[in-house]
Structures are given as structure tokens and as C-alpha cells.
Design a protein around this ligand. Structure first.
Ligand code: HEC
Length: 179
């Protein structure tokens, strides 16, 4: 009599498949390839809640990014803290009036060092202008884009508050009353 080997049924195949996956995951962990969670350090790399370049998500997305990365210092409403963190409300748009001032906005440490990809910083900043300071944005404002952000973030400001004072003085000379 010939012994018959029962064919492996789908359930058994499924279990074997799952076991192989678990083993593969274990090997990946051992090799230091385990997935890591949380924002990545490389600024140009989208983080876990990043969107694809070219897509235009609703403002809720930018609000979430602001809450996650910025509101700890700036407050969810952009009010900041008198004497230390500037109020973005009814003021930020004034910085769009000269090339140096709009560049400065991308070079403050909170923006320059944010763990957010360049195209997202661009859209986040455009959103901040819409959200906190629409009436101060000059006519003909050209929205920020990824290239401008990448360029500005490459350069580190040695003296942030000194640069801000210089920029505010220059804007005031043009009759633009920045706080
Ligand atoms: C650790 C606190 C902190 C965090 C986090 C932070 N900021 Fe700031 N931000 C400041 C301070 C303080 C200033 C004033 C400039 C300075 O001295 O650095 C400032 C200045 C600014 C300015 C210039 C406003 C002005 O009137 O000069 C903008 C725009 C800005 N931050 C946006 C952001 C955005 C966007 C994020 C998040 C991606 C962010 N900041 C995260 C503390 C912070």
C-alpha cells in the first residue's frame, strides 16, 4: 500500500506564509532594518504625515503640521509670547514686502530647522499667511515654493534677533509698520 501525502491545504499554507513573514521581520530587526517611527531628520525627506509633492491637501493638513511642529512656541493661534516669541497675527504678511524680509521668515531657527520637507515648509508658510495675517500680505504676493525654501534654509543666520531688527527697521523706512 502506498502512503499518500495529504496536499497542504490553504490554511496550512497561510500559517507557513505568516511564519516566514515573522521570521523575515525578525531578521530585518536583527540587521538593524526595523522600521523607525516619527519625523525623519533629513529636511528634504517627507516625514510620516508628509504628502506627495504637487498635491494640494486642504488647510487642515497645514494646521496639523503647525500644531505638531510650531504651536509649542507660537501657540495654536499664532499669538506667541510677548517679549520672546513674535505674534504672527496681523503682522507676518508685512515680511512679504521685500526679498530680504521674506527670506528671513524661512531662516528663523524654527522654520530653517523644522523636520519638514521644503515643499511642505513652503505650503505651511503660505498657509500661515492666509491664516494669521491675510490683511498684511501685499498685493501681487508670489507664494513660497520648494526651491525658495531650499535656498534660504541652506544659509544659517548668525544673529537672528539682530537680523530681525535690521529688517524691521528697513520695512519701517518704507512706511510698513511691522511690530
Ligand atoms: C522652540 C520654539 C519655537 C518653535 C518650535 C518654532 N518657533 Fe518660530 N520663532 C520662535 C522664536 C523665539 C522666534 C523669534 C525669532 C528668534 O529669535 O528665533 C520665532 C520666529 C518665527 C517667525 C518670524 C516671525 C517674526 O515676526 O519675526 C516665523 C515665521 C516662525 N517663527 C515660524 C515658525 C514655524 C512655521 C514653526 C514650525 C515649523 C516654528 N516657527 C517653530 C520660536 C519657535
Amino acid at each position: 500500500m502506498r502512503a499518500r501525502v495529504a496536499p497542504v491545504g490553504p490554511v496550512v499554507r497561510g500559517i507557513l506564509g505568516a511564519a516566514a513573514l515573522v521570521m523575515a521581520a525578525g531578521a530585518a530587526c536583527a540587521a538593524g532594518l526595523a522600521p523607525t517611527y516619527g519625523p525623519r531628520v533629513v529636511p528634504d525627506t517627507p516625514n510620516v504625515i508628509a504628502t506627495r509633492p504637487g498635491s494640494v491637501p486642504g488647510d487642515g493638513h497645514w494646521q496639523s503640521l503647525f500644531v505638531l511642529h510650531c504651536s509649542g512656541c507660537h501657540g495654536a493661534d499664532g499669538a506667541g509670547h510677548a517679549g520672546s516669541v513674535p505674534d504672527l497675527r496681523g503682522n507676518l504678511g508685512h515680511f512679504m514686502s521685500t526679498p530680504e524680509a521674506r527670506r528671513f521668515v524661512l531662516q528663523v531657527p524654527g522654520v530653517a530647522q523644522a523636520r519638514i520637507a521644503d515643499h511642505e515648509v513652503a505650503e505651511l508658510t503660505n498657509w500661515m499667511l492666509r491664516r494669521f495675517s491675510p490683511s498684511t500680505v501685499p498685493a501681487g504676493f508670489r507664494p513660497y515654493d520648494a526651491t525658495e525654501v531650499r535656498d534660504a534654509r541652506r544659509e544659517r543666520l548668525a544673529d537672528v534677533s539682530g537680523e530681525r531688527r535690521r529688517i524691521v527697521a528697513a520695512l519701517r523706512e518704507r512706511g510698513i509698520e511691522v511690530r
